[in-house]
Design a protein around this ligand. Structure first.
Ligand SMILES: NC(=O)C1=CN([C@@H]2O[C@H](COP(=O)(O)OP(=O)(O)OC[C@H]3O[C@@H](n4cnc5c(N)ncnc54)[C@H](OP(=O)(O)O)[C@@H]3O)[C@@H](O)[C@H]2O)C=CC1
Ligand SMILES: Nc1nc(=O)c2c([nH]1)NC[C@@H]1CN(c3ccc(C(=O)N[C@@H](CCC(=O)O)C(=O)O)cc3)C=[N+]21
Length: 289
């Protein structure tokens, strides 16, 4: 059997189309466009590429894009002062500070300074708490994008066994929270787990967010399982995921890298910006987003 390839790129394009329609309706009602501010510190080439593609996607969705590029030696105080200005700016609905930050800056101090209602990355502890307790908030883009792809394949997620590999605040933990909210039976495995393979073998759904190229072996996968590969690893062979490509021979459905989760992350960022704008302005946005 060979797995169905989940076309994240096409799914993301559809989502961006729906966001653009809803953004136009917002602009009509609010008399201004939704606005996203992206802050980049330093000149890491990969981060520069992401920031540029986020800016392009923002404009294409009919939203305002504010880019702030700061030099790598900017002080933490200066960066926090910029966050304060963006928090106070009525034309800014979403704020994203590109990670990682240079070592001399405390990421936590910066993230916790962002107004939780403008935190379109969903990284603020207030949003993590809202997700954990089932309140409306802003949900991290990558795991929400993964959930959308999963719901397309499994309209009924309730009762399925899901294994999340990785427990970062950015991907693994919010992914597990979302799957639990959908009534999956969720297991999170990590570097201290005794038998990662043993857990993965049981899973109807595997989400790999490890950061090790080709980590998940085909023999670990239950035949027919759905596999979501979050990994973005730059190697001599180009961009590769956290799942061994031979897994296509065992899985029922699998996301490719590139063209899987990555494009969804940016599309959900657009969606989160529109949702934040709607809530801030008291304007209803399409709930199907
Ligand atoms: N497609 C996209 O849009 C995005 C992709 N990514 C990619 O996703 C991947 C994960 O990112 P992120 O969560 O930020 O990474 P982190 O490095 O923060 O987390 C990696 C997790 O994997 C776990 N881990 C490491 N080694 C093993 C092992 N041998 N067995 C089991 N678990 C292990 C770690 O465990 P422990 O906690 O015990 O150390 C940790 O929880 C990366 O490739 C990243 O580039 C990330 C964000 C967005
Ligand atoms: N505050 C913050 N928020 C983030 O969401 C954030 C961040 N910092 N730092 C870095 C990671 C990584 N990330 C990706 C976004 C898009 C692709 C993406 O579009 N990938 C394409 C390929 C792109 C390529 O070829 O390089 C794909 O997988 O098809 C990947 C990874 C967001 N991140």
């Amino acid at each position: 059997m060979t797995a169905r390839l989940i076309d994240g790129k096409a799914f993301a394009a559809q989502l961006r189309g729906r966001v653009a329609t809803a953004a136009a309706a917002f602009t009509e009602q609010a008399g201004r466009k939704p606005g996203l501010a992206v802050v980049l510190v330093g000149e890491d080439p990969a981060s520069s590429v992401y920031v540029r593609s986020k800016g392009k996607a923002t404009l294409a969705a009919g939203m305002e894009s504010f880019e702030h590029r700061l030099s790598a030696d900017v002080s933490e105080a200066e960066l926090i002062a910029l966050v304060d200005r963006l928090n106070a700016d009525e034309t800014v609905d979403g704020i994203l500070v590109q990670l990682p930050l240079p070592k001399h800056i405390d990421e936590r101090a910066v993230i916790t300074r962002i107004d939780p209602d403008k935190d379109v990355d969903g990284f603020h502890p207030v949003n993590a708490g809202r997700l954990a307790t089932g309140l409306d908030g802003l949900v991290p883009c990558t795991p929400l994008g993964c959930l959308m792809l999963l719901q397309d394949i499994h309209p009924h997620l309730a009762g399925l066994e899901a294994v999340v590999i990785g427990r970062s605040n950015i991907v693994g933990k919010p992914m597990a929270a979302l799957l639990l909210q959908q009534s999956c039976t969720v297991t999170t495995v990590h570097s201290r787990t005794r038998d990662v393979m043993g857990h993965v073998r049981q899973a109807d759904i595997v989400v790999a967010a490890v950061g090790i190229p080709g980590f998940v072996q085909p023999e670990w996968i239950k035949p027919g399982a759905t596999v979501i590969d979050v990994g973005i690893n730059r190697t001599g062979d180009g961009l590769v995921g956290d799942v061994d490509p031979r897994a296509v021979e065992v899985a029922g459905a699998i996301t490719p890298v590139p063209g899987g989760v990555g494009p969804m992350t940016i599309a959900v960022l657009m969606r989160n910006t529109l949702v934040a704008a709607g809530r801030r302005a008291g304007i209803a946005v399409d709930p199907a987003l």
